[in-house]
Design a protein around this ligand. Structure first.
Ligand SMILES: Cc1cc2nc3c(=O)[nH]c(=O)nc-3n(C[C@H](O)[C@H](O)[C@H](O)COP(=O)(O)OP(=O)(O)OC[C@H]3O[C@@H](n4cnc5c(N)ncnc54)[C@H](O)[C@@H]3O)c2cc1C
Ligand code: FES
Length: 276
């Protein structure tokens, strides 16, 4: 059992959950994720380690409360226990001297982008972050993200903050003007956003990395639930990823597999909400 230190709603239905877990906080690196369970009979869900503090012994997660398990997590109060947290899982992000790196964060994708941007910044890269959301009220960790970026661009679908555009527009603009200085583009967010970011980057021949959010069960390579097609090969997001070459990902298979359990998810959510 791990004590919840704080649980804060940063934006409508987006929660920042800080949990005490000193051994994990010591091992965590940018790009890692955990699998959490709210209680013994709960579903296991993967969440990125959005921040970690080895001195305080804490792990920070950001959860979009969109279904039963994330709503249960969002309902945990400071002082209450989180039943289980398994990790760190996945390969950490590779730290290289890229020169300039662009990191594109869509929606809750800001959570995984933040520690990677911070690590790349500390490693001596010039960091450009593009943080996109549907509207201003859904933007979170704006200052935190800006603090680990040399250039920080905000986009919103409705123009309520930053540029009224999809993230792909400033991305294409930078690649057109400064392609020679860009060593890598990271894209993390909804699969459809990553698909179009990849399509934008590929013609420029710049390295493109995406952190995939496939459905997971065990998170240790046993169940096959998180399988994705990358470069014509089957890969498991949990043990081979979560980062893959975005130009090689079969986005349509990922999108289809993410919708596989829609009916069951809706049914579970209805039951959970009726019980509240
Ligand atoms: C490696 C990895 C890291 C992840 N990191 C995070 C993270 O840091 N934060 C986070 O919130 N999620 C993250 N996810 C996704 C998260 O695991 C799922 O959203 C979660 O399992 C949903 O469980 P649930 O029971 O609450 O919802 P479910 O009952 O599974 O239903 C979720 C439904 O909502 C949709 N949905 C999922 N995410 C969103 C969204 N952001 N906005 C709108 N609809 C959505 C799904 O397509 C699905 O139909 C990550 C996934 C992976 C594989
Ligand atoms: S989650 Fe089971 S193999 Fe990846």
């Amino acid at each position: 059992m791990l004590p919840v230190v704080s649980n804060t709603e940063l934006a409508p239905n987006i929660f920042e959950i800080v949990v005490k877990n000193p051994p994990l906080a010591k091992k965590a690196e940018a790009g890692h994720f955990v699998i959490v369970m709210t209680q013994p009979d709960a579903e296991r869900i993967p969440l990125t380690i959005a921040d970690f503090d080895a001195d305080a012994g804490t792990i920070t997660m950001i959860a979009a409360a969109c279904g039963t398990s994330t709503k249960k997590l969002a309902a945990l109060k400071a002082g209450q226990p989180l039943y289980a947290m398994i990790g760190p899982l996945g390969h950490p992000s590779e730290m290289l001297h890229y020169g300039t790196v662009i990191l594109v964060a869509g929606g809750v994708g800001t959570a995984p982008v933040y520690p990677i941007a911070r690590a790349l910044h500390r490693f001596g890269n010039h960091v450009i972050t593009i943080q996109g959301s549907r509207s201003e009220e859904l933007l979170f960790w704006r200052e935190k993200t800006a603090a680990v970026s040399h250039e920080h661009i905000i986009t919103t679908d409705d123009g309520s903050a930053g540029i009224k555009a999809l993230v792909t527009e400033p991305l294409r603009d930078i690649l057109e003007k400064r392609k020679s200085e860009i060593g890598c583009v990271y894209m993390i967010g909804p699969a459809v956003m990553m698909k179009f970011c990849a399509k934008t980057v590929v013609p420029f021949g710049v390295k493109a990395l995406a952190s995939l959010n496939s459905i997971m069960i065990d998170g240790t390579g046993m169940c096959g639930c998180c399988r994705v097609r990358v470069g014509g090969e089957t890969k498991f997001t949990c043990v081979d990823g979560p980062e893959f070459d975005a130009s090689l990902v079969d986005w349509d298979i990922l999108l289809a597999r993410q919708k596989m359990y829609c009916e069951e998810e809706q049914c579970s959510l209805k039951k959970y909400l009726a019980e509240q």
